[in-house]
Design a protein around this ligand. Structure first.
Ligand SMILES: CC(C)(COP(=O)(O)OP(=O)(O)OC[C@H]1O[C@@H](n2cnc3c(N)ncnc32)[C@H](O)[C@@H]1OP(=O)(O)O)[C@@H](O)C(=O)NCCC(=O)NCCS
Length: 153
């Protein structure tokens, strides 16, 4: 099995694949929201998002975008169930963070459900830390922030 992480380009095929994958696998909004079409498009256009590919088939992704103020956002991290707990999240996050920092980003935010322990652990291992709690779309969320540029371990 050949698995590669590559930048996600902005094209209809990628947009549709991400929508299809999220519809199939993301069912429980307490732990993870499905992405809106406009959020996916924004992240694909930013050129800071990456895909995980098995023989050219998309099996995971990090959706990220940034602003001209040097602030980046990780909107979504996803890995198909069969490949979880093998380090794919960290591999993709390293690539996406590197693209963000190359584009002048100085601080990166993400939002995680307090019930999503795996995701929380993954982000903390990638240098993110708790900033504040919030409620988004009626669900409790933690806002996490990363300010440096160290590789995930
Ligand atoms: C969250 C998610 C992206 C993690 O992806 P992953 O490739 O499995 O993550 P990694 O293998 O890089 O693991 C990250 C850490 O979490 C741990 N972990 C992963 N799966 C785990 C599990 N099922 N149970 C316990 N720990 C687990 C890993 O052990 C690792 O820590 P370690 O390096 O100390 O061993 C994946 O579970 C997923 O796609 N979930 C559904 C979507 C989601 O919830 N996304 C995040 C919110 S939008």
């Amino acid at each position: 099995m050949i698995i590669k992480v590559k930048p996600l380009t902005s094209c209809l095929g990628n947009l549709l694949s991400i929508i299809r994958i999220e519809r199939e696998f993301i069912k429980e909004e307490n732990t993870c929201f499905r992405s809106s079409k406009s959020d996916i498009s924004k992240c694909l256009k930013s050129m800071a998002s990456v895909g995980l590919y098995e023989n050219n088939k998309l099996i995971g992704f990090v959706l990220a975008h940034f602003t001209e103020y040097g602030t980046g956002y990780i909107e979504k991290v996803f890995v198909v169930p069969e490949l979880r707990n093998k380090g794919c999240m960290k591999q993709m996050m390293n690539e996406s963070m590197s693209l963000l920092f190359k584009n002048g980003v100085k601080e990166v935010y993400t939002m995680v459900s307090p019930e999503n322990e795996v995701s929380l652990k993954g982000f903390v291992d990638c240098g993110f830390w708790y900033s504040w709690g919030t409620v988004y779309n009626g669900k409790k969320r933690l806002v996490l922030k990363r300010i440096d540029n160290e590789a995930c371990y």
